[in-house]
Design a protein around this ligand. Structure first.
Ligand code: SER
Length: 318
């Protein structure tokens, strides 16, 4: 990776990945793009930034050519709850954007990364230690676009030789940028509310296990996979990766260690609960460990401590 173009770079992953990669590869070598420009955001201010609508394939190709991109990290997509509310738009953006980005990668001979998700699994998938290769019949539009995306990326590799790689991200937790309408968002909101109000009403029910990961591990995973020796990759799109399998009571108990008066209660959202129920409780990431050395550093305890420390500063709470 020498010249990296990132789509959706002001979103949940992109806003941090751009800064992470600029530290590694140099500010000028990471071209941040998004559908809108938000002045003041570090990804906009610290290096090249271009407005690119991923549905405009010509514009995307022009920007990639202008900057001599050799790698495309395609992040622009709608998350699960929003996709369920707007399924037509989700198909357009998640599949149309991915197709356009893959075509640019094919035309310019770029390496390619795009994230899949635990949402690529469905109710008929084995729920515990979900294998790398297993049944994928999701029942959400988000999941449909993620499975289709995995297949399309495999196709571009096999048919056109595009170096496509991807991971199935679990819920991502970060103190920097808020997720925009996912099912796993409770695990971010809970830290904000713990600090601001000392209590949290969860839209996901107690006992609902889902995989999660702290953002620094997710950023490392993307870079490590993209730098991995292709000869070692048996799988490509997309690797299961996880750092913890948790449910709301476990997060609450961890927060209580730092804020003893913290209280959790529940007002379950049937839509997001239904999505969560259809996803695995825990996924098996041994293929990622074996093929490219994936290894998460943050467990629930480490992550909670860091989240609360960083958010305390960010929210200016004493
Ligand atoms: N965090 C995502 C979501 O909840 C899962 O990929 O939509």
């Amino acid at each position: 990776m020498k010249k990296i173009l990132v789509t959706g770079s002001l979103g949940q992953i992109g806003s941090e990945l751009v800064m992470h990669m600029r530290n590694i590869y140099g500010n000028d070598n990471v071209i941040a793009t998004d559908i809108r420009r938000i002045e003041g955001m570090p990804a906009v201010e610290s290096g090249p930034f271009e407005i690119v609508d991923v549905l405009d394939s010509k514009a995307m190709a022009e920007v990639a050519k202008k900057h001599n991109a050799d790698t495309i990290i395609h992040l622009a997509a709608l998350l699960s709850a929003v996709a369920e509310a707007k399924p037509v738009l989700a198909w357009e953006i998640n599949m149309g954007g991915l197709f356009n980005a893959l075509e640019v990668a094919r035309e310019l001979n770029c390496s390619f990364f795009t994230p899949s998700s635990i949402g690529a699994f469905g109710p008929s998938t084995p729920k515990v230690k979900t294998p790398q290769d297993t049944i994928q019949r999701p029942q959400t539009m988000y999941g449909v676009t993620k499975v289709s995306g995995e297949l399309l990326c495999d196709y571009y590799f096999k048919r056109f030789g595009v170096d496509t790689r991807g991971v199935r991200f679990p819920g991502l937790i970060s103190y920097e940028t808020l997720p925009g309408g996912g099912t796993t968002d409770y695990a971010v909101d809970i830290y904000y509310e713990a600090l601001k109000n000392g209590k949290y009403t969860s839209f996901i029910d107690k006992g609902t296990f889902m995989d999660m990961m702290y953002m620094p591990d997710a950023l490392n995973a993307i870079v490590t996979l993209m730098e991995a020796d292709p000869k070692k990759l048996i799988h490509r799109n997309a690797f299961n990766i996880t750092a913890m399998s948790i449910e709301p009571e476990m997060v609450a108990a961890e927060i209580k260690k730092h804020i003893p008066s913290f209280e959790i209660n529940y007002d379950v959202d049937p839509v997001r609960q239904g999505i969560a129920n259809s996803w695995p409780d825990s996924i098996d990431d041994s293929a990622a460990r074996e093929e490219w050395g994936f290894n998460a550093k943050y467990d629930l305890a480490l992550m909670s401590k860091d989240m609360l420390e960083k958010l305390r500063v960010k929210l200016n709470i004493k």
